[in-house]
Design a protein around this ligand. Structure first.
Ligand SMILES: Nc1ncnc2c1ncn2[C@@H]1O[C@H](COP(=O)(O)OP(=O)(O)OP(=O)(O)O)[C@@H](O)[C@H]1O
Length: 427
């Protein structure tokens, strides 16, 4: 089992620093071999493996396995076609407000903020099982977090924000959350939909609130925390003729100000003693940061990380996804090579589609769709549902569902009903 060590340049000095800054994990390694899990995070002060020949390659050495997906052109690229409107994932997420945050938490303080934190911070019970984290990704995110927690000890200016960007569905958010879980971080999460409001100034205030909440997790609980904003460009970016709203400007201004003054964050009108907060790192994800106001992403404020999994990363991640189905690594390679240049998301969707037939059969077993509501929600106590038998996975079934997903992708591009229905709108 290959152990991946985080290649910080200062590990030997860590143990003496950490007690002072409430950081629970002094120095650690995460196994990223095919058998590793986030839970395998271990305390480990021994640096003797730092020259480990199995140490993964860094980003600059990533293979030339180019997911054309990053340009929104994935499979269709191979067909020599332009998939100009396939980049729908981000748009689909815009406007979705995480129901964790639907209460009005603004303007509350002290104890109530504690309750609020219980709601606002994210725990990862839903991340059960083994997942593979790409070593380069782990390196970048973990290093950013640790650097920020050590900022007051390092004699360099550290950008507060890490911007992880790249093609749709490549695991930016998912892997970041896996890393939080592995490092025992309790993050405060925001989504792009929360960056706009019908009330001017509210999103900016919400960001400051969330930042302070993360800071309180550090201060009150001695736990590491951070603020994560998902798909930031979907809320802040300018596409074509979209307008910059007052709220967009305020959000940009707030983030710029936070990165310039990470320990002084006001919520109300006046500066108070309590406006001094702990510095907490911010991580944002997005697809195209060129749509964002340039001063926000300048190097001193935002460290940028372009995430593009290599073929090896994809094979390892997909292998772990399919492991419980007894699909071997060689078979995974066959699948990945059959559908190259697809986002990671595709291989998850592919597996999920193989369940369709068995779910249809199960619906038949419970008496058809007419009885579905009663059976699922209104059944009597102790009334058992028919046993659901998951499909026996085979490479053939996986390939078949892969082709069917490709057909759907293709159909959208070929049909383009918008051209029919919106003739008056320019392309
Ligand atoms: N390491 C992993 N292990 C297992 N599944 C993964 C992993 N990384 C990504 N996935 C799968 O890929 C899907 C897409 O990941 P995620 O939402 O993080 O992509 P993204 O790059 O943030 O996408 P977008 O840019 O569209 O927001 C996840 O829902 C998950 O099913």
């Amino acid at each position: 089992m290959a152990l991946f060590r985080l290649p910080y340049s200062f590990p030997s000095t860590l143990p003496s620093f950490f007690p002072k800054i409430l950081l629970p994990v002094p120095s650690f390694s995460i196994s990223c071999s095919s058998k590793s899990t986030p839970n395998q995070l271990k305390n480990n002060d021994d640096n003797s493996n730092s020259d480990n020949p199995k140490k993964p390659k860094r980003l600059s050495e990533q293979s030339s396995w180019e997911a054309k997906d990053s340009e929104g052109r994935d499979y269709l690229y191979r067909l020599g076609k332009e998939a100009d409107n396939m980049n729908i994932a981000v748009g689909a997420r815009a406007g979705v407000i995480d129901d964790l945050f639907t209460g009005n938490f603004l303007g509350k303080d002290s104890d109530i903020v504690f309750d609020y934190r219980q709601k606002a911070t994210r725990s990862f019970e839903y991340l059960q099982g083994d997942y593979y984290i790409a070593p380069v990704f782990l390196d970048k995110v973990a290093c950013h977090i640790v650097k920020n927690y050590l900022a007051h000890l390092l004699n360099v200016k550290i950008p507060l924000i890490l911007g992880v960007w790249g093609g749709k569905g490549q695991g930016k958010t998912f892997q970041t959350e896996l890393i939080f879980q592995a490092m025992g971080i309790e993050p405060v999460i925001m989504s792009a939909g929360e960056l706009e409001s019908d009330r001017a100034g509210e999103p900016g205030k919400l960001i400051r609130e969330r930042y302070r909440t993360a800071s309180q997790v550090v201060q009150n609980q001695g736990k590491m925390s951070c603020l994560m904003i998902n798909d930031i460009d979907a809320g802040l970016g300018r596409f074509g003729n979209t307008q910059m709203t007052v709220n967009n400007q305020i959000v940009v201004g707030t983030l710029m100000n936070l990165s310039d003054n990470p320990t002084r964050v006001s919520i109300g009108q006046d500066w108070r003693e309590s406006d001094i907060t702990n510095r907490v790192p911010i991580i944002v994800t997005g697809n195209d940061f060129s749509t964002i106001y340039a001063p926000l992403i300048r190097d001193g404020r935002m460290e940028k990380f372009y995430w593009q999994p290599t073929k090896e990363d994809i094979v390892n991640i997909v292998h772990r996804m399919y492991e419980k189905d007894d699909i071997s690594k060689d078979e995974v390679v066959t699948i990945v090579e059959t559908f190259p240049n697809q986002a990671l998301d595709f291989y998850g969707a592919l597996r999920s589609r193989t369940y369709d037939r068995s779910i249809s059969k199960w619906i038949e077993d419970i008496g058809g769709i007419e009885n579905l509501g009663n059976k699922l929600l209104g059944r009597k106590k102790n009334e058992e549902l028919p046993v659901y038998t998951p499909p026996q996975q085979t490479v053939e079934a996986l390939l078949e569902s892969g082709y069917s997903l490709l057909r759907e992708q293709q159909l959208i591009m070929d049909t383009k009903l918008s051209k029919e229905y919106m003739k008056n709108i320019d392309d």
